[in-house]
Structures are given as structure tokens and as C-alpha cells.
Design a protein around this ligand. Structure first.
Ligand SMILES: CCCCCCCCCCCCCCCCCCCCCCCCC/C=C/C(=O)SCCNC(=O)CCNC(=O)[C@H](O)C(C)(C)COP(=O)(O)OP(=O)(O)OC[C@H]1O[C@@H](n2cnc3c(N)ncnc32)[C@H](O)[C@@H]1OP(=O)(O)O
Ligand code: FAD
Length: 670
């Protein structure tokens, strides 16, 4: 597939591909999840790559206005193709992913529609979703305000019920209550789910969702009482600047009572507040849904960066042998491998845990439909924790991949700066990563106290039930080979996570109050939460290896990557493992030795392992990551596309350069 995209020219990476010890097609299936998934992804990637409207090679050179217009054009064209080709939901999602440009459609489909689905009554869904599915209206998710993002309960926008007209009055009472950040709000959305404090009969009932029309469906002008605009340029060229994140102020805007999303709570015609018998946390359901999708996004972004750095590392050569022989591929340097291969392993690890999280989310949703809310706290902890750990690791890794590519990695044409700028905010949106890890910690502290009172935990915390053993066990590892044993690896991750959580719980119990203890211990709690989430990722990777995996050598490669993922974490967090007494210093150094051997075994397979991601050159968008490895011609060609090169003598020469040079020349002659 990617080979077709490359067009049959010389393959500078052919030698690398020849050394692969596994079936790349089999690995593509393992990565994508099924043969069907590979086939659909290929078709959609080709559709995008072959359509000139979806070109993105000059995107970082566009002004903000040009970029925004380009996004509108791409979105409209994509929708036209979706309708013409009768694309399924799966295909349309992939189409959007391969177009690879953030835009208002993301908020419409990923937040506006799910918010109405999750929080609207059947009647409300019928009314609003019918229009939303046909793009007769464009929606966004307006929660965050200038003054509050993380603290949802602290939002200030008010929705005051007026029984005399059967309406809510939507109002921004202060500057800090201005809605700030919602994607698509700035220039595009016609509607929004707006989160506001519900006030009826003089009482504040806290945050609820309301559907509001923002702009005229005739001429797109804001409706009376609504002040609306874009919040301004964001980090990087191109990148997230294609999105019109917006600001909105409401001045006593009236909406009918039936535009309050009424599945979780209602306000009657008389103004009585009635709460349904469902947990109020379902108000946060849309965020849980999106956090789950963000884990899959993180693995995709990380795999793109790794693909670029591995292919380029195989092409780039620096320094020869002492005897003046050929220069060395930078990928052969052990330091390069120890920095890059953990990212390769992480990309696979995040992909598999993302597939599992999708299953968990579907399972919880089915349970919620039959009014079983028991798994909601675990779903919240898993989505929050995995979103945090995978997006933070991905942002750090993309930045490191830029350094791994040396100077050329810093060029926009490497694709890495834009990839970084687009994925960095994932550490913040849908919940700041630290704030979310503290939610995981809160869940862990509750579980520890339940275990102490004899309750058997289930799901991802089931290991905590094995407290007697895990609090005192010593790792059985005695040789380098012992670190190949998944059970030995899992045991040390379980013991580390449990001991860190129990330490925190014991220290909190010594504080004057639970709240003070939690606040004082919060840095440790964040680390305990990370340890728990890393355990989940390691466990799900190990479980993946127990499935039927077809294709020559595929399982063996995945076993090596699983080993690298787990052992590099032991190396990186050795302090945790040592201080909790899970491993000894000697076992730590054996793990490191094993890691070095695994890097050497992965090296001949590295290019094939990134080929298995099955990315087209269009999607990768990188002169350094090209499938054919023809890096230098690509870099050279890309440079000439820059607007600065449109003229040989630059604009500004006459006004600023020439007078300066002349002046200096005159001075030197004096
Ligand atoms: C141009 C191209 C065009 C292409 C066109 C194609 C056309 C075809 C179309 C096809 C389809 C397209 C598909 C598109 C695919 C797109 C792909 C892109 C995806 C990426 C999209 C990402 C976009 C992101 C945009 C960003 C949005 C946002 O950021 S929205 C705002 C998010 N805000 C937050 O996350 C706020 C964080 N804060 C909180 O969540 C809470 O305040 C808190 C959790 C931190 C605290 O809560 P609270 O104040 O209530 O306090 P407590 O801590 O006391 O909690 C109380 C109890 O509740 C429990 N709890 C908390 N949260 C939850 C929860 N979520 N679920 C369950 N329970 C919860 C908490 O644990 C407490 O429980 P206990 O009391 O302890 O039991
Ligand atoms: C690109 C982008 C797109 C977005 N899209 C949308 C959208 O479509 N709709 C929408 O409603 N919102 C959107 N947001 C807003 C986003 O959800 C918020 O920015 C996010 O929830 C973080 O909130 P904040 O900005 O208020 O950060 P703050 O909470 O102010 O965080 C600042 C710092 O304080 C720390 N902190 C905060 N609380 C605590 C605590 N309790 N304990 C310890 N540390 C703490 C954080 O870790 C962080 O380091 C978007 C944001 C971005 C960047």
C-alpha cells in the first residue's frame, strides 16, 4: 500500500526491509485489529492521498486566514465525498483521520453529537440529532470558561428559569464566565451544548447542559445577545491553528425550557427541579467517551513520529570507522536505539491498550443502558489515567524524535514540529493530565480502603486483592533471561503500584484530615497513579500476546516489544522499584542488560516494524519519513516551496537591506 504511494522509484530502505524476520502483513493485521480494518484503512488512506483537495504539503506556510479557509474547503469536500460514496461511520472516521487537519467537524461529531446522545431525552435526540447527522446544523461543546476549565463545578455561566415565559435566560455574569476554547465556536458553529449553572426557584442546582443556537442559519450572523469570536493564534505553524477555538459572551439570551438536556435532570413547567435516578457523574459522560478516543489518537501520533525517526535513522549516516570505512547509519548507534526503541514499543503498547479501552467503554455503556452503574468509577479512572499517561508520553516522545532526527527534524518539512504542536494540547484538553491523575489516585485510595475492610476489588484493581503477597514479595529474577518471563514482569509492576498506593494511603491517614492529607501527598499520589496506569498498559500488552496472532514471526516481535516496554519503564522508574523494595539494584541492572539485548534483536526489524503501521507518505507528511527513504531529494524539493523562495531577491531588500549595506560601504570608505 505505502509502496504504491511511493510510485515504484528506488527503495533506499530495501536493505533494511530485507533483514526483517517477520511477516509485515501479519503485523499490519495485529496493529489494525483485523484484516478488515487494514483493508478499510488502506482504502480511505488512498482516497485521501489521491485527492488534490486534501494536499497538505504547504499547510505550514499558509496564513491563519488561508489555513482556516482551507479547512472549511476540506471539510465540505470530505462531507461531499462521504455522502457520494455512502461511506460507513468507520470509513468516514478514517477519512477524517487521514485528512489530518483539526477542524470544527471534530467537535461536532466527537462532542456535540455524543453530548446530546448521552444527556438528551429520546425526544431531544430525535429533534437535534436528525439535523446534526445531516450537517444542517454544526455543533460544539461549550464548557470551559476564561476563569475555569479543570474545575467544572466552578463554572459561572447561568441558566435561570423564567416560569412566566417557560424559558431559560442564559447569561455570562462576569468576564471570567466568558466561554473560552470550544473548538469551532469561533467562526463556524451554529449551535452548542452550553454548560451553565441551573437556577430555578431561586436555588442554584449546579452545572447542566443546554442546547443553544448561536448563529443565524440564513446569514451566519450571531443571534441577539451573543458576542462571539476566535481566541487567537496557537502554538506552531499550521497545526491546531486550523481550528477556530472560540470565545462567547451571553447577555440574557432566552432559550425554550425544552433546550435543557433533560435525561439526567428536568425542570418542570412550574419550575420544579427533578433529578433522575442516575448518578450525576453521567453529566461528565461525553468527556469519558472522548478520553477513550484520545488514547487511540496518542498511539497514532506516536507511531507517526517513530516511523519518521526510524526510517530517517536508517538513511542518515554520521562518522566512519577508524579505518576510514563507510559512515555509520545513526540507527546503529546504541544511544540512538536506547532513546528510540522504547517509543517504538510504546506505540504498540498504547495501540493495544487503546483497543482494550474501547472494549471497556462499550461494555460500560451497555451496562449503563440497563441501569447498572457499578463499573462507572473504574471506567472513569481507566479513561482518565490512560488518557494522561499516553498523551504525556506521546508529546515527550515526539519532541525527542525531533532531536533524534538532528537538525533536519526541526524543519517543518520533517512533519515533526506540526505533529508535536497538534498533539501537545492533548495533555491539557479533555482534562489536564495532572488533574486527571489525581482522579485516578482518588479511586485508588478508595480501593485501598475497601481492601482494608475486606472487600475484593475487581477489574483493573483486582491485583490489589492479592495484598498479602504483593506487599512482601521479592522478585524471583536471578538471571538476564528471567526478565523474559511475563509473570515475573507483571509481579514487580503489581507490587510497585500497590506499595506506592498503600504508602500514600498510610501517609494520608496520618494527616489532620483526609482532604489535607490528599493535598499534601498529591505529588506522590500522581506517581502512584502513573504506576497503576503503567501496570494496566503492561498487563494488556501481555494479555494481547496470549491471543491467536497470525503471521510468521509476528508474535515473537511483539514479545520483544512488550519486553522493551516493560523493562524500559523499570529502568526509567528504578527509584520507585528500589524504594518500594520490589527489585534489588542487581535485578535492576539485569533488566537493563536484557533491554540492551532486546534493542539489538529489534534493530534488523525496526524499519519493517514501522512499515507495519501502514502509513502513506501523504499521511506521514514528512520528507524524512518517506517510504522510499529518498530523504535528501525530498528535503531539497520541499525547501523551494517556501514563500521566501518565490523571489530571488527578498521583499524588503530595497527598503532595509540595500540602504544598510550602502551605508556600511560608505562608512568603510571614510
Ligand atoms: C478538515 C477535515 C474534515 C474532515 C471531514 C470529514 C467528514 C466526515 C465526518 C466523519 C466523522 C468525523 C469523526 C471525527 C474524528 C475526530 C478525531 C479527532 C479526535 C480528537 C478530538 C479531540 C477534541 C478535543 C477538544 C477538547 C475538548 C475539551 O477539552 S472539553 C472540556 C474538557 N474539560 C475537562 O475535561 C474538565 C476536567 N475536569 C473534570 O472532569 C472535573 O471537574 C473533575 C473530574 C476534575 C472534578 O470533578 P468534580 O468537581 O465533580 O469533583 P470530584 O473530584 O469531587 O468528583 C466527584 C465524583 O465524581 C467522580 N467523577 C468525576 N468525573 C467523572 C467522570 N467523568 N465519570 C464518572 N465519575 C466521575 C469522581 O471520581 C468523584 O467520585 P467519588 O465521589 O470519589 O466516588
Ligand atoms: C487545544 C484545546 C482545545 C480545547 N477545546 C475545548 C472545547 O472544545 N471545549 C471546551 O469546553 N474546552 C476546550 N478546551 C479547554 C480544556 O478542556 C481546558 O483547557 C482543560 O480542561 C484544562 O483546564 P484549564 O485550562 O482551566 O487549566 P487549569 O486548571 O487552569 O490548569 C493550570 C495548571 O494548574 C494545575 N491544576 C489545576 N487544578 C489542579 C488541582 N486540583 N491540583 C493540582 N494541580 C492543578 C494543572 O495541572 C495545570 O498545570 C480546549 C483546550 C485546548 C488547549
Amino acid at each position: 500500500m505505502a509502496a504504491a504511494d511511493w510510485g515504484g522509484k528506488a527503495d533506499h530502505l530495501a536493505g533494511e526491509r530485507a533483514t526483517a524476520q517477520f511477516d509485515v502483513d501479519g503485523m499490519k493485521v495485529a496493529w489494525a485489529g483485523s484484516r478488515h480494518a487494514v483493508e478499510v484503512a488502506d482504502r480511505m488512506a488512498c482516497l485521501v492521498a489521491s485527492d488534490p483537495v486534501f494536499r497538505k504539503d504547504t499547510r505550514t506556510m499558509l496564513s491563519r486566514k488561508e489555513l482556516f479557509k482551507d479547512t472549511l474547503k476540506k471539510a465540505a469536500h470530505a462531507w461531499k465525498r462521504t455522502v457520494e460514496l455512502h461511506l460507513t461511520e468507520e470509513e468516514a472516521n478514517l477519512l477524517r483521520l487521514y485528512i489530518d487537519q483539526p477542524g470544527y467537524v471534530d467537535l461536532h461529531w466527537v462532542m456535540f453529537v455524543p453530548a446530546i446522545k448521552g444527556q438528551g431525552t429520546e425526544e431531544q435526540q430525535k429533534k437535534w440529532l436528525t439535523m446534526a447527522y445531516k450537517f444542517q446544523i454544526i455543533g460544539t461543546y461549550a464548557q470551559t470558561e476564561l476563569g475555569h476549565g479543570s474545575n467544572v463545578q466552578g463554572l459561572e455561566t447561568t441558566a435561570t428559569f423564567d416560569p412566566s415565559t417557560d424559558e431559560f435566560i442564559m447569561h455570562s455574569p462576569t468576564l471570567t464566565s466568558s466561554k473560552w476554547w470550544p473548538g469551532g465556536l469561533g467562526k463556524t458553529s451554529t449551535h452548542a451544548v452550553v454548560y451553565a449553572r441551573l437556577i430555578t426557584e431561586g436555588k442554584d442546582y449546579g452545572i447542566h447542559g443546554f442546547i443553544m443556537q448561536l448563529r443565524s442559519l440564513d446569514d451566519h450572523s450571531p443571534l441577539p445577545g451573543i458576542t462571539i469570536g476566535d481566541i487567537g493564534g496557537k502554538f506552531g505553524s499550521g497545526a491546531y491553528n486550523s481550528m477556530d477555538n472560540g470565545v462567547m459572551r451571553l447577555d440574557h439570551v432566552r432559550i425554550p425550557r425544552d433546550q435543557m438536556l433533560m435525561r439526567l435532570a428536568q425542570v418542570t413547567r412550574e419550575g420544579k427541579y427533578v433529578h433522575s435516578d442516575v448518578p450525576k457523574q453521567l453529566l461528565y459522560g461525553t468527556m469519558v467517551y472522548v478520553r477513550q478516543t484520545i488514547v487511540a489518537d496518542a498511539s497514532r501520533a506516536l507511531s507517526r513520529a517513530v516511523c519518521i525517526a526510524v526510517r530517517y535513522g536508517a538513511i542518515r549516516k554520521q562518522f566512519g570507522s577508524k579505518a576510514g570505512g563507510p559512515e555509520t547509519q545513526v540507527l546503529n548507534y546504541k544511544t540512538q536505539q536506547s532513546r528510540l526503541f522504547p517509543f517504538l514499543a510504546s506505540a504498540y503498547a498504547f495501540r493495544f491498550v487503546g483497543q482494550w479501552l474501547k472494549w471497556l467503554y462499550t461494555d460500560v455503556t451497555q451496562k449503563l443502558e440497563s441501569k447498572d452503574f457499578s463499573t462507572l468509577p473504574e471506567a472513569h479512572a481507566c479513561t482518565a489515567g490512560l488518557k494522561s499517561v499516553t498523551t504525556s508520553a506521546t508529546a515527550d516522545a515526539i519532541e525527542e524524535c525531533q532531536k533524534l532526527c538532528g537538525g533536519h527534524g526541526y524543519l517543518n518539512s520533517s512533519g515533526l514540529p506540526e505533529l508535536f504542536a497538534v498533539n501537545l494540547p492533548a495533555c491539557t484538553y479533555e482534562g489536564d493530565n495532572v488533574v486527571l491523575l489525581l482522579q485516578v489516585a482518588r479511586f485508588l485510595m478508595k480501593t485501598v480502603s475497601q481492601v482494608a475492610s475486606g472487600k475484593q476489588p475487581v477489574g483493573t484493581t483486582a491485583y490489589m486483592g492479592n495484598i498479602q503477597h504483593l506487599m512482601q514479595c521479592k522478585s524471583v529474577v536471578n538471571t538476564v533471561e528471567d526478565w523474559l518471563n511475563p509473570a515475573a514482569i507483571k509481579e514487580v509492576f503489581e507490587a510497585r503500584a500497590l506499595r506506592m498506593a498503600v504508602n500514600c494511603a498510610q501517609n494520608i491517614s496520618k494527616a489532620p484530615s483526609q482532604e489535607e492529607g490528599f493535598s499534601e501527598l498529591s505529588p506522590d499520589l500522581v506517581e502512584a497513579a502513573v504506576a497503576h496506569v503503567q501496570l494496566i498498559i503492561v498487563t494488556k500488552f501481555i494479555e494481547k500476546l496470549q491471543e491467536d496472532i497470525l503471521g510468521h514471526g509476528v508474535k515473537e516481535q511483539l514479545q520483544k516489544l512488550c519486553g522493551i516496554y516493560a523493562l524500559h519503564l523499570i529502568h526509567k522508574h528504578l527509584g520507585d522499584f528500589l524504594s518500594t523494595g520490589c527489585v534489588t539494584a542487581r535485578q535492576g541492572s539485569l533488566a537493563n542488560e536484557r533491554l540492551g539485548k532486546l534493542y539489538a534483536q529489534v534493530r534488523p526489524n525496526a524499519v519493517a516494524l514501522v512499515d507495519a503501521f501502514d502509513y502513506t507518505d501523504h499521511y506521514l507528511g514528512s520528507a524524512l519519513g518517506r517510504y522510499d527513504g529518498d530523504v535528501y531529494s525530498a528535503l531539497y524539493k520541499e525547501a523551494w516551496k517556501d514563500p521566501l523562495n518565490e523571489t530571488v531577491v527578498p521583499d524588503g531588500y530595497q527598503e532595509h537591506l540595500r540602504p544598510l549595506l550602502k551605508q556600511q560601504l560608505k562608512l568603510s570608505r571614510l
